[in-house]
Design a protein around this ligand. Structure first.
Ligand code: SAM
Length: 398
């Protein structure tokens, strides 16, 4: 198929989308239905074909969805102000500023431009890094960050980064919500929880030519048997709550996000971990107002109800369970320094910038508009939450 399919102003080759669907269908024919987290990993990250592997232009006005970064440079500039303060608290020696989930490098560019202009004194002690497992995305970032190319190092894994014994800041915006999740559904009539997998639907039932997919369900694993202690806890809670939940209640378990944060906490020797993302601070997976769970698919700035078909052509995302992420960091010895909404977090920074005795730019009209979008509860201020964890210097030597 050579026809091009238009998605949110971008041109997507339908044969690429078809190839990913065929590849997933082949795996299902071979081994049976795929657990949803495996399906989500393929749909987003299959090299060359997954949604986040194919092209940089998926975020922003011409893409499928906005993030705080695509609102404008104000977000990065405010983070830069906060980061400068944190880094200056650390004693002499090299300090690292490391981003993960950097996509096309825009946020890091906004931050470094601000630091160069307003905190040049950090200069020689500041080392910059990007944690990026995908060679394709690394190339997008290197193009965007050309002016800082000599100052940034790329790391493919926490293992590589750990060689630097980094102290400083590791941050991510909307990374954790893009990591694969498992999905569970309550079947009241059958009296049990089931785990959602993805199987093949009869040919011609999807909204594109080629293989179509549908949900398949199998009994949920028993909590006791799972090696993942976070999942064990969730499964126990699910069992206790089940009688009070409506038929079809859905929840997700973000094992990859929790594991990612734990690795971050183990890798950074001291300093700050920061994540900003969709999700709830309290209540986790079982909030009664979310009976359908939180998994969503986006294409062309529209949420589409179909999570399964045309994999690779739409974003898949699920809310972050902040309480579990927070706990995993605290278990690794980090102290929670901020646990709040994006609106509050950025408003506090804006207030400090306004009152700062140091050289900082005043917010011009354009940036004030951006700030409003970032902090207003009906825009991004309430839906996005912030977790900052801190490990003071020398604490890890104890
Ligand atoms: C929703 S996008 C957010 C991009 C950007 N931070 C922003 O706010 O505009 C999530 C990004 O995280 C990337 N990503 C997924 N898994 C990753 C991992 N293990 N390490 C680094 N980045 C990852 C995705 O490829 C994608 O570029």
């Amino acid at each position: 198929m050579n026809a091009a399919e238009i998605q949110g102003g971008r041109t997507l080759r339908a044969d690429d989308a078809g190839r990913l669907a065929e590849r997933i269908a082949g795996l299902i024919r071979q081994g049976g239905p795929l657990p949803f987290d495996r399906f989500m990993a393929l749909a987003l990250y299959e090299p060359g074909l997954g949604y986040y592997e194919r092209e940089a232009g998926t975020i922003g006005r011409e893409g499928d969805f906005f993030t705080s970064v695509s609102v404008g440079s104000c977000f990065g500039e405010m983070l830069a102000f906060r980061f400068a303060g944190w880094l200056e608290e650390l004693e002499a020696g090299t300090v690292w500023l490391i981003e993960a989930g950097a996509h096309d490098g825009r946020l890091m560019a906004d931050i470094l431009a601000w630091l160069d202009r307003w905190r040049p004194r950090l200069g020689s002690r500041l080392a910059c890094g990007i944690l990026e497992p995908s060679p394709g995305r690394r190339a997008w970032q290197q193009a965007r960050l050309e002016p800082w190319r000599d100052r940034i190092r790329w790391f493919a894994s926490f293992g590589e980064l750990a060689h630097e014994a980094p102290r400083g800041i590791l941050f991510a915006n909307e990374l954790l919500d893009a990591l694969p999740v498992r999905r569970f559904e309550w079947r009241a009539k059958a009296g049990g929880w089931q785990e959602s997998s993805v199987g093949l639907a009869p040919v011609g039932t999807g909204d594109t030519a080629g293989p179509a997919f549908r949900w398949e369900h199998r009994p949920m694993p028993s909590g006791a048997g799972s090696a993942d202690r976070w999942l064990r806890r969730q499964l126990d809670l699910a069992r206790d709550l089940a009688p009070a939940l409506p038929d079809g209640f859905v929840w997700e378990h973000g094992a990859f996000a929790i594991e990612w944060w734990r690795q971050a906490a183990d890798c950074m020797m001291e300093g700050w971990l920061l994540t900003l993302d969709y999700g709830e601070l309290e209540g986790g997976a079982f909030l009664p107002e979310r009976p359908q769970g939180t998994l969503r698919a986006f294409a062309g700035h529209r949420q589409t109800p179909d999570l399964l078909n045309a994999p690779g052509t739409r974003d898949l995302t699920a809310d972050v369970d902040f309480a579990l992420i927070r706990q995993s960091g605290e278990d690794a010895g980090w102290t929670t320094a901020a646990y709040t909404t994006q609106g509050r977090f950025l408003t506090e920074i804006a207030a400090e910038m306004t009152m700062s005795l140091e050289a900082v730019p005043r917010l011009d009209a354009g940036r004030r508009r951006q700030l409003l979008t970032l902090v207003h509860p009906e825009h991004l201020g309430q839906r996005f939450k912030v977790l900052v964890q801190h490990r003071p210097e020398t604490a890890h030597h104890d």
